[in-house]
Design a protein. Sequence first.
Length: 170
Amino acid sequence: MSTATSTINSSETPLSRYESQKRRDWNTFGQYLRNMRPPVAISHCTCHHVLDFLSYLDQFGKTKVHLNGCPYFGQPHPPAPCSCPLRQAWGSLDALIGHLRAAYDEYGGSSHTNPFANGAIRVYLREVKDAQATARGIPYNKKKKKRKMNNNTNNNNVTNQASSSSSTLH
């Protein structure tokens, strides 16, 4: 991973959809770094380069994100078109970062220096998610984990229920 021209080598077996997309994403990011003036080697890439890349990708987005002054701000299904910008969807950016993070680790980068795993990237993604949810009126609620019941408590409840129902039969 010494240069920005590093690409993921092709293998002889067909790649899964995930692996193919990971390769495309890695090659696209490498091309972005090579096109910078001056070009940046992947080994010198920082989270700032990654954030710039994510901002650059916004121009190719297909998700309408309403601005604060738009009459449709906060409406999930606006009744008419508006001039608000198209942006990259949060889920697409999240998947992209996941692919690039895995590719960096897999192809020679140290997990301690992985610019895609930097906290600033997580903060940026969270801000994009929240802003898009607010602008589109769609809440992203974190799914709550189901609590596991303690077997002893559960068994005691069953025993208590059985004894109370049998006492009413007498």
